[in-house]
Ligand binder design. Sequence first.
Ligand code: XBP
Ligand code: MG
Length: 253
Amino acid sequence: MALEVLIFDVDGTLANTEKDGHLVAFNLAFKELGLDWEWSNELYHELLNVTGGQLRIKYYLKKYKSDFQHNDLDNFVASIHKLKTSIYVRLMDEGAVPLRPGVERLFNEARAAGLRMAIATTTTPANVDALIANTLGKEALDWFEVIGAGDVVPNLKPAGDIYTYVLEAMNIDADKCLAFEDSYNGIISATQAGLKTLITVNEYTDTHEFEGACAILSNLGEPDQPFEMIKGNSTESTFVDVAYLQELHAQHC
Ligand code: XBP
Ligand code: MG
């Protein structure tokens, strides 16, 4: 079965948006609202196990602010999250977070090779648009046939819903696709939808379990900046290009 479609996660995979984008935006939103909550990098590492910003705030309150009470918690959390999203978009507009090594190059090579591309992420749609538009230009949003983001599906990752949504929207079978992920929740989600997955780790996820990954790499690499292979079949490739993706996709993983 030939490889036809690449489906990309966003946070942690395309860019290190968690530390330099989301975490900063959460803390700025708390401060602006006069809340004495401040998430450290260490705490955020733990909170990242909960996908979805609103669920993450609720988990934090339950575990670390058990005295906190509000008569309309859902709306309160939604309003914090709305502010957090607007701050995140502003940070992206200011160029706070670059793409990870190899991402822009691979997008260009995949497009030139006629591969179809899509996005499957838990984050809010406005955040995806802001990252892509500010790193690659507004027109790059059209490179992705489907942008599956946020609560367009009922269950966030690790459920497979967002990947299944993208597959259905593209009218493609899972076995013609490859997913790009960075986290345990991400690979579980992609696997649930029947996809093979390539992992690039980051500082929050390098200790995660990635059972069934086709390969686990430090990043996608560049011709002058080889990736480090953490797990996978030996290869001639030193950076991820279309030929390497085809090689991976042909494997039993
Ligand atoms: C991303 C998420 C999101 C972001 C924050 O996970 O879980 O919640 O951390 O974005 P994945 P929002 O990379 O697996 O898609 O605050 O917009 O939810
Ligand atoms: Mg991710």
